[in-house]
Design a protein around this ligand. Sequence first.
Ligand code: GLV
Ligand code: MN
Ligand code: MN
Length: 422
Amino acid sequence: MAKQTKYCVGKVATYVNGDRLWNRLMALAKFGGLAKGGVNRQALSDEEVAARAELVRWAEAIGLEAFTDATANLFLRCRGADQNLPPILVGSHIDSQPTGGKFDGALGVLAALEGVEAIITSGMRPRRTIEVVAWMNEEGSRFAPGMMGSAVFAGARRLEDILNIHDKAGIAVKAELRKVLSAKPRLPQREFGQKPATFLEAHIEQGPILEIEKKTIGIVTGIQGKRTFRVQIDGEESHAGTSPRSVRRDALVSAVSIVQALQETMWDRKDIVRFTIGMFNVSPNAPSVVPAQVLFSVDLRHPDAETLRKLGDMIAPICRKAALRCDISVTELLHDPPLEFPQALRRKLTSIADALGIPNMEISSGAGHDARYLHYICPTAMIFIPCKNGISHNEAESITKEDAVAGARVLAEAIYSIAGAA
Ligand code: GLV
Ligand code: MN
Ligand code: MN
C-alpha cells in the first residue's frame, strides 16, 4: 500500500503565483477589450474563440490536455494518479455581457488554472483528475437563456433545444458551434453523461457585501431563484402623418403601458424582488412609421421559491390586461428555483479560508452561475471575492490583485484537498 503522508493545509497555496494570475487576467481581457476597460466577448464570438485558444496554449504549456464537447464547453485536464475516479471540475465562463467587466467569469477560470498550476508546481500529485472548465454561454446575452453549456452538460437542457436559438443577427447557436468546434486548435470531443466528483467555482461577488463587511472570501450558501420571459407585442405599421392616433395599433404605446403596469406590480417596499427589462427592441424603428412590433425581455429573481412562482405567474395576465389595441404573446424561457449548496462543502471551504487566515463569511448569491446546474448532479460549492462598489455587468467592474490571489489560494487548497494525495 502506498504510504500516506499527512497533508497540512497551506502548502499548495504557497505555490499560487499572484503575478501569473493577474497577468493572465489582463491578457485575457484583451480579447474583446473595450475602450472603458471592459470586454465584449459574447458567447461563441470570434473574440471568445481567440480567448479560448489562448487558454488552451496556457494549459498545454503546463501539460494539461484540452478537449471539448458538443456544446463547446472547454475542459483542460490534469490527470490524477487514479484514472478510475470521477474528476473534480473547477471553473466558470469566459463569455461576457456586451459591455461586461473583465473579471465576471474569467476570474473563476483563471483562478482554477492557477490552482492546478500551483498543485503541479508543488510536486504533489493529486489522486483524482482535475479538469479546469470554461462553460459555454453563461451570460445569455447573445443567445438566451444563459448557462447553456453547463445546463446541457448536467442534463437540465437538451442539446437539440439550444441548437436553433438565434442571436439578433439571425445566427443560430448551431452555426456558431460548428465554427467554434472546427476552429484551431481542433480539440477532441467528449460525450455527455459524465458525473463529476465535485464542482467548484470561484467568482467575483457582483454585489457590495464583502467590501462592506471587510471580508476577502464569501462562502456561497446558495443562489436565488430566477425566471426569464420574452414578451412580444404585435400591432400594425401605419403612417405617422396620416393615421389618427385613436385607431392606431401602436406596439410601443402598448409596451409603455405594459412596462408601467409590470414595474408597479413588481415593486416591493423591502426591495428584495429583482425585476429587469434589459432588452427592448422596437420595429421597424423608423421615425415616421407607427411601431408594429416590440420584443422585450423580463428577468425576475427572488430568494423565495413561492414568491418567485407567484410573481412570475402574474406577468402574462398583466401584459394582456395592459395591452391596449395590440396582440400579446409571453414566452417563459427559464424557471430556476432558489437553491442551497451542501453544508459539508461550505464547511470545508470555511475551514480552508480560516486555516489560511483569510477573513471570510457566508453569503448568498443574487447572480446566477454555472454552479446552479452542476449542483443538480454533484456536490457543488462556490467562493466569492469582493468587487469594487459591487459593480458588475459594467465595464467599470474592478477587483484587487490581493483578493484575486486570496481566492485562488483558497481554491487551490480546496481542489487539492478534494482530489487527495496520490
Ligand atoms: C449572470 O450573469 C446573471 O445574470 O446572473
Ligand atoms: Mn459570471
Ligand atoms: Mn455575468
